[in-house]
Write a protein that binds this ligand. Structure first.
Ligand code: F0G
Length: 365
């Protein structure tokens, strides 16, 4: 049996590493592509969920972080820094620890999911809370990396995008070709940039670092649909949002760093970037838990929210193969699972109490 070696070793031919590169990996990638039966039935499409919560630190960030930290180490860095709404910091903290580097994370005030903060704490990152939002944190992190000997591991670091593009490779490798439509949440816009890069590279011949010529793997490109939270939808509005607001804290971002490449992915693929309300996000989150058995954090459900919205509007043609990336694990921010269930039916969140005997349990059931 093949044992998965992490995205760098699995896709070595397509990444900027050499034989002497000391790869920092925790076996990230190789995540499940799960058949979404209820969504498929609803839409008349074949819908798949790329479940990125199955990465070592519970989000897709690990694909980029293995690459960024590997290169930081290779280039002699001793310290890394990132701004984060939570998942990047969890990933950076873990991979930096693996590599023996120190890690500083700049997080916005409040609004960081407890699961994510716990990870950064557990892995011993230097956690600095900045009086401001994610966009302010990123500005400071960039300036810090310009003036001090620290390596920036946000997705403005091109190695992050390189690592994250492997998710598109996996989709094609699993399905045998690119899907008709790829849907995902958009925050800082690194991931939509990475998927589009990956799909494009797989659709044309490729010269490996070794000089070997590889043929195209896929025969076509998907249409890309990205979804932002309504209160944090700069790419939809066409201008930055100074006070982004949404319960989906992961994507509470007003001025995405990869703005131009997100727009390019939209334009070149003939796709769209839309907005979904917090209510739609929670409905999609609930749908994933209650109908598909897939537990995600709210921001991760934005793609599914978009698909439900477009289906309801009659703008999702049936018969397509659709892949939706669900970006992070539900255990990152579990309070929303309780809240969403409670919203649907308060009795769902109250365990029934019974005496200690089998008949009482059987009766209760
Ligand atoms: N989903 C989750 C769970 C995220 O954590 C993020 C981004 C996104 C989607 C959006 O991806 O930024 O590439 O467009 N989280 C970053 C962080 C900002 O700091 O963890 P994107």
């Amino acid at each position: 049996a093949h044992v998965w070696q992490g995205v760098i070793n699995e896709y070595r031919d397509r990444l900027p590493v050499t034989e002497s590169t000391d790869v920092v990996t925790m076996g990230e990638g190789g995540t499940p592509l799960i058949r979404a039966r209820a969504l498929s039935e609803l839409t008349g499409c074949t819908v798949w969920l790329k479940f990125e919560g199955m990465n070592p630190t519970g989000s897709f960030k690990d694909r980029g972080m293995t690459m960024a930290i590997t290169k930081a180490k290779e280039e002699g860095a001793e310290a890394v820094v990132c701004a984060s709404t939570g998942n990047t910091s969890a990933s950076a903290a873990a991979y930096a620890k693996q590599a023996g580097l120190t890690c500083a994370v700049l997080v916005p005030e409040g609004r960081i999911a407890m699961g994510k903060l716990s990870q950064a704490v557990a892995h011993g990152a230097d956690i600095i809370q900045v009086d401001g939002n994610f966009d302010n944190c990123l500005e400071v992190a960039r300036k810090l990396a310009e003036s001090y000997p620290v390596f920036l591991v946000n997705s403005v670091n091109p190695y992050r995008i390189e690592g994250q593009k492997t998710a598109a490779f996996e989709v094609v490798d699993t399905l045998g070709d690119a899907p008709d439509l790829h849907v995902l949440p958009v925050g800082n816009a690194g991931n939509i940039t990475a998927y589009w890069k990956g799909y494009q590279e797989y659709a044309r011949p490729w010269t490996a670092p070794s000089g070997e010529e590889l043929p195209a793997v896929s025969t076509r490109l998907p249409v890309m649909w990205g979804f932002q939270a309504e209160g944090a939808a700069p790419l939809v509005l066409g201008h930055p949002v100074t006070e982004p607001d949404t319960i989906a804290t992961a994507i509470r971002i007003g001025n995405p760093a990869s703005w131009d490449s997100a727009v390019a992915a939209r334009e070149e693929s003939g796709g769209l970037i839309g907005a979904v309300s917090d209510d739609e996000i929670l409905t999609a989150h609930r749908w994933l838990s209650a109908k598909e058995g897939v537990f995600v954090e709210p921001g991760s459900a934005a793609g599914v929210a978009g698909v439900l919205q477009k289906h309801a509007a009659g703008e999702l043609a049936a018969g397509q193969t659709v892949v939706i990336t669900v970006t992070g694990h539900g255990l990152k921010d579990p309070q929303w699972a309780i809240k969403a269930a409670e919203r649907e039916d308060p009795s769902l969140v109250e365990p029934r109490r019974v005496p200690f005997d089998v008949v009482s349990v059987a009766d209760a059931l």
